[in-house]
Structure formats: C-alpha cells, structure tokens
Design a protein around this ligand. Structure first.
Ligand code: IMP
Length: 177
C-alpha cells in the first residue's frame, strides 16, 4: 500500500503481468509495422514508460519522438482548449503510431489524432498501455492495448496522481475507504 497526496493505492497489476502484456502488444506492432519504418509519437508525460518498454522490444527500423498536449482554460464555458506542442518532425506520408499511457474518455487521444491528421500522414494508429473500456465510447479505434482496466483511478508505470506515482512498478489502484 502507498499513500500519494492523502489517497491510498494498492497493487493491482504486478510488473511481471504488465511485462507479459507489453510483450504481446509489441509482437502485434512488429507484425504490422516491421516494413513501414513508423514514427512512434509518445504523448508526455505519462507515455514515457510504455514508450521505452515498447521500443526495447522492437528490432526493426523505426523512430520515436514525443509531443505534449497543453490545455488552456479559456473564459468561455465551453471548457479548455487543447493544443499539440513539440512536434518537430514532418509526418507527411509517414506511418504514425501515437503512444498513450491510458485512454479514459479518449478526449486527449482524439485531439492528438485530429491535430496529426491535418499534417497528412500516411496512416495513424493508437497504442495505449491501458484502456478503460467502460468509459471509452468514441468511434476512433484504439488499435493496440496492453491491458484493459475497470473504471477506477490507477497509478504507476507512467501514470500519476497529481504528479506522484509514475515511478511505481506495475499498476496500483485507488482504495476507496
Ligand atoms: P482521457 O482524455 O479522458 O482519455 O484521459 C487521458 C489522460 O488522463 C491520460 O493520458 C492520463 O494522463 C489521465 N488519466 C485518465 N485516467 C487516469 C487514471 O486512472 N490514472 C491516471 N491518469 C489518468
């Protein structure tokens, strides 16, 4: 059990189980992208762990880079405006695989994909360490998922609770007392 900002978290997915799930998803990525020289685009900060774990399992020529999604809270009630920052590469004609830590509502990944589409890549796919299928209801397919989790808050392996917990091995879930 660990406490982060006064919330308690308990181990949920062990590091070995997570490793095995990443092995499987990496094999699927390799089978589909081995000849395509893809560009992997990790969405910071949460994707750093999955990006490293996935990349070390891929032996074919590929590139990796990272982007960030910045949220600006406007004055309108429509909420925050999101902007994709940090993309240095030209992605026109490239096969792009977006790497996420978790897809929850999918708002973040949807925004990333829409911003990338404007730059005319040959294809865009999404790979995520975790997916919450009970929450995610968008039409956009999440092509590669290492593990699905129920709708509770999780940390570890890149995922944080207000900045803390990214370093925890495996996945921990919140304990609602
Ligand atoms: P979405 O836009 O609702 O899909 O959420 C995307 C982002 O919210 C993720 O990239 C995470 O940074 C964060 N997030 C969503 N669910 C969790 C969770 O259970 N633990 C930690 N972060 C989460």
């Amino acid at each position: 059990m660990v406490t982060l900002h006064n919330e308690r978290f308990e181990p949920y997915i062990g590091p070995a189980e997570l490793d095995a799930a990443i092995d499987k998803v990496a094999a699927r990525v390799a089978a589909q992208y081995g000849e395509l020289m893809p560009l992997f685009l990790g969405v910071l900060n949460g994707s750093y762990f999955f990006a490293a774990e996935l990349m070390k399992r891929l032996a074919f020529p590929c590139e990796i880079s990272f982007v960030k999604v910045a949220s600006y809270h406007g004055t309108r009630s429509s909420g925050s405006v999101k902007q994709l920052i940090g993309l240095q590469e030209s992605i026109a004609g490239r096969h792009v695989v977006v790497l996420e830590d978790i897809v929850d509502t999918g708002n973040t990944v949807m925004h990333v994909v829409e911003a990338l589409r404007e730059k005319r890549p040959a294809s865009i796919a999404i790979a995520s360490l975790l997916l919450k299928p009970d929450v995610y209801k968008k039409d956009l397919p999440i092509d590669f998922v290492a593990m699905e989790v129920p709708n509770f808050f999780v940390v570890g392996s890149g995922l944080d609770h207000d900045g803390l917990g990214r370093n925890l091995p495996g996945i921990y879930r919140i304990v609602n007392s």
